[in-house]
Design a protein around this ligand. Structure first.
Ligand code: PLP
Length: 383
């Protein structure tokens, strides 16, 4: 007979999913109710308001897409890009490459602005691209590039898009809840995130928000949106403010309980406190890594506190170290992607997993595995 699945208990310090707060797991296990039950409709309204708080926006078109971050990404492109549209895509890692593919799948033309992996998007290059392509309809970029650990200046980039009368499409999958995301202040037009990173919720939900300008673009579309499931006009009839919700799809009811709980936890802590906790734990980890003779690949002032990308020292077997951490310490850290595969480890300190205990545990496990010393004590001094 096939047995029930009982996962090993790990500490998740990779690029996501991150450790889920037990409060969220408890919320997930509450009884399932109908997705049009009045009690669930009330919960949906609360989730929307909590997401407006987390994103810092007043936009009514703010909701969770019932699918992972990639679906949030696709929702933004499918609704805002029409055949023939030119979109400037800034790429400094894996996820900018996926944005390009999305633009092309919508029949658009992607004008690529490339930056080195590990560096932020260079706004000068983006400005040049706008000068050379004044007909560009949108600028797309990743705020927190999970493949490298680099943070880009979203306020500046969204401002540039506005200067050139273009929409901004911003990937905040890894940033939401970990560093400042200020949709209102940035003037961002379409922003998507994921549940499994700094919100410490279970994977499979993608919060999105669209500005008034983006909503107007959707209303003015002359071509139908290529995706039925992600067509925001249809989704809004389900997630909109009205109490008369039209059936669109069956929301993942229990996952929405979980998202609600994760957003309440964020509200209780406060946005600024959550950001400073991520920063303090990152600084301690960075001090410990440095004491171990390990280097972070991103220059200090461009680093994401929630995703630390470490160069693998010469002569060390990257995969063997990760395997040993998993087998001996039940600790997951991430591998490199694309050109960084085999060259880096990615250590996440996201959401619930961004805490003092994990910083010390990870450094202790690395000390033992690499046979080096000094990391834990350097981190303790920093803390
Ligand atoms: C920056 C970024 N964008 C998009 C995604 C895709 O999200 P998902 O894996 O939830 O589909 C990820 C996932 O790691 C990500 O880090």
């Amino acid at each position: 007979m096939t047995q029930s699945f009982h996962p090993p208990v790990r500490t998740l310090m990779g690029p996501g999913p991150s450790d889920v707060n037990p409060r969220i797991l408890e919320a997930l296990s509450r009884p399932t109710i109908g997705h049009l039950d009045p009690a669930f409709v009330g919960l949906m309204n609360e989730v929307k308001h909590l997401l407006q708080f987390a994103f810092q926006t007043d936009s009514a078109l703010t909701m969770p897409v019932s699918a992972p971050g990639s679906a949030g990404m696709e929702a933004c492109f499918a609704n805002l890009v029409s055949k023939g549209d030119k979109v400037i895509v800034a790429q400094n890692g894996v996820f900018g490459g996926r944005m390009k593919e999305n633009v092309e799948l919508c029949g658009g033309e992607a004008v690529m602005v490339q930056d080195d992996w590990g560096m932020p998007v260079d706004s000068q290059k983006v400005q040049e691209a706008f000068k050379n392509h004044p007909d560009a309809r949108a600028l797309a970029f990743v705020h927190a590039e999970t493949s490298t650990g680099a943070r880009s200046d979203a306020a500046e980039l969204c401002g540039l898009a506005r200067d050139y009368d273009a929409l901004s499409i911003v990937d905040c999958v890894t940033s939401l809840g970990g560093i400042e995301v200020d949709v209102r202040g940035w003037g961002a037009d379409a922003v998507y995130s994921g549940s499994q990173k700094c919100l410490s919720c279970v994977p499979g939900i993608s919060p999105v928000t669209f500005s008034e300008r983006a909503q107007e673009t959707i209303r003015q579309r002359s071509q139908p949106v290529q995706s039925w499931f992600l067509d925001m006009d249809l989704v809004m009839a389900y997630w909109g403010e009205s109490t008369q919700r039209a059936y669109h799809h069956t929301a993942p009811v229990n996952s929405i309980y979980a998202l609600h709980e994760s957003l309440i936890i964020l509200e209780e802590e406060g946005l600024e406190n959550a950001w400073s906790r991520h920063l303090a734990n990152h600084q301690a980890l960075a001090a410990g890594l440095e004491a171990l003779g390990l280097e972070l690949i991103v220059p200090e002032h461009h680093r994401l506190p929630q995703l630390n990308t470490v160069a693998v020292p010469d002569g060390v077997d990257e995969a063997a170290v990760r395997r040993q951490l998993l087998d001996e310490f039940q600790l997951e850290i991430g591998a490199g992607l694309g050109p960084l595969a085999g060259k880096v480890w990615r250590i996440g300190l996201m959401g619930y997993a961004s805490n003092r205990k994990n910083v010390l545990f990870c450094l202790g496990a690395l000390e033992a595995t690499l046979d080096r010393s000094g990391g834990v004590s350097a981190a303790r001094s920093a803390l």
